[in-house]
Write a protein that binds this ligand. Structure first.
Ligand SMILES: Cc1cc2nc3c(=O)[nH]c(=O)nc-3n(C[C@H](O)[C@H](O)[C@H](O)COP(=O)(O)O)c2cc1C
Length: 438
């Protein structure tokens, strides 16, 4: 683990790089977020979303119990961090996404939630509690949308997480609307009082399906209500946003600080850009496949994600589209895709992603500073941006922007078997198939 020793004296030589602070409620504002998506929210998708302008990215929901005995393994060649179960990698991440990565937990137990959060907190910037999944596998054990009607449990999990996590780690929640607006506001009030940094509201009720139009008209009152509580907590709209342009419309309509996108990003991870990619078969897919192979993403996961891609065709004719689909459907692994990808130069595609992420302006402080505003206005780094103190271990990616971490000896970490991503792991590297937890 590399440690920087920065002099405390203001007259000492200027640090080479200004470090940004950890996430706060402000960083959940003015953004377009990648939603948590089991299966579809795989590491390569999150990286491409970040490359194309997603402000923050949520990982797919992981159930607390599944994480408790995970073994943390680092691929010394790429820096990919895998949380491995007995037979599979349950969650993979790369240090480059850490400053923007929110880990989503499925839980119905404060203690388990805290234990699970501790296993990953060194590799993420925030922990989000899933309070919206309506699927029986989630609700039957009291998780997901079942928490909406058990606010005592919901809030006790958030309170426990907030108390247990260091201040560098944000705690947030993602809920659905309750049938009555009055009940929704009561629940929101309790959630905000737990100390969350942001609240995402999926504007559907538990019984509504994705094909039902999201009830975005109900959000304005919720946003105003949260603003009235005076804590400055961000409210993120979720439901039916199609991309960067549409996010503006939704924010105007609802007053939400930010918008979170799921299905439109599943179909096109570049939808966060005002100029999203078209003709994905020849634009996004080759690079996506190369990066996925370079990062050793499980083929099944990669194939599933790529098969969801869908965007406008401008230059690509029907025959080329058909040919692409044919190759993808018939192949059983990365081998055999050369016609689509050309040479396997995923390392170069990955370097481009790193460059794009590193080119982001640092998170600025002092009020008006947000990722989107800063990028629009090209604000230069604030001289008051918080420096990484010397007593932090700051397990940062090979870029600025890592959240501050307490020195490792001050953390109560149960199982962290890997080391700095740039240092070869003492444990033999093991790659196992990636599969969603639920
Ligand atoms: C493939 C898929 C997987 C999802 N997995 C999760 C999940 O892990 N956690 C969660 O809170 N919501 C999950 N969702 C719900 C989305 O995050 C989002 O709330 C919902 O799709 C509405 O947003 P949209 O209209 O932009 O699609 C998932 C949705 C999809 C399509």
């Amino acid at each position: 683990m590399s440690r920087r020793s920065i002099s405390r004296s203001p007259s000492a030589r200027a640090p080479k790089r200004v470090k940004i602070d950890h996430l706060t409620s402000e960083d959940f504002k003015n953004g377009i977020m990648l939603a948590p998506m089991v299966r579809s929210g795989a590491l390569p998708t999150r990286l491409f979303a970040l490359k194309h302008g997603a402000s923050l990215v949520w990982g797919p929901e992981m159930v607390d119990k599944a994480m408790l005995h995970a073994e943390r393994v680092i691929d010394p060649a790429t820096g990919v961090v895998s949380f491995n179960g007995k037979s599979r990698a349950m969650f993979t991440t790369h240090p480059i996404e850490k400053p923007y990565l929110i880990f989503q937990l499925g839980s119905a137990d404060p203690e388990l939630a805290v234990q699970a959060a501790r296993t990953v907190m060194n590799d993420v910037s925030g922990i989000d509690l899933n309070c919206g999944c309506p699927k029986p596998f989630s609700t039957h054990s009291g998780m997901g949308a079942a928490l909406l009607t058990n606010p005592d449990l919901l809030c006790s999990i958030l309170t426990a997480l907030r108390a247990a996590m260091p201040p560098e780690i944000t705690v947030t929640a993602k809920i659905r609307l309750l049938p009555s607006q009055e009940d929704t506001l009561k629940l929101v009030e309790r959630i905000i009082n737990t100390g969350v940094s942001a609240l995402t509201v999926h504007c559907r009720t538990r019984t509504m399906r994705d094909k039902d139009a999201a009830l975005v008209d109900r959000l304005k009152e919720i946003v105003d209500f949260v603003a009235g509580m005076g804590k400055g907590i961000a409210v993120i709209e979720n439901g039916d946003c199609l991309g960067a342009e549409d996010a503006k419309r939704i924010r105007e309509l609802t007053g939400a600080h930010s918008v979170m996108i799921a299905r439109a990003a599943e179909a096109n991870p570049s939808c966060f850009s005002v100029n999203p990619l078209v003709d994905l078969e020849s634009t996004l897919c080759p690079a996506y496949l190369r990066v996925a192979k370079y990062l050793d993403n499980h083929w099944g996961s990669t194939k599933f994600c790529v098969s969801q891609f869908k965007a406008k065709h401008v230059n690509l004719d029907k025959a080329a589209q058909k040919r692409y689909r044919g190759i993808l459907h018939s192949t059983k692994g990365y081998d055999g895709l050369e016609e689509i990808v050309g040479s396997w130069l995923g390392e170069e595609d990955f370097a481009e992603i790193v460059k794009a992420i590193e080119a982001r302006p640092p998170r600025l402080r002092d009020g008006a500073s947000t990722i989107m505003e800063a990028s629009e206005n090209s604000i230069s780094p604030s001289p008051t941006a918080v420096l990484t103190p010397s007593e932090t271990s700051n397990p940062e990616p090979p870029s600025s922007g890592a959240p501050l971490m307490l020195a490792l000896d001050r953390l109560d970490l149960p199982i962290l078997t890997g080391n700095d991503p740039l240092t070869p792991s003492p444990t033999p590297h093991r790659r196992v198939p990636v599969a969603p937890s639920i």
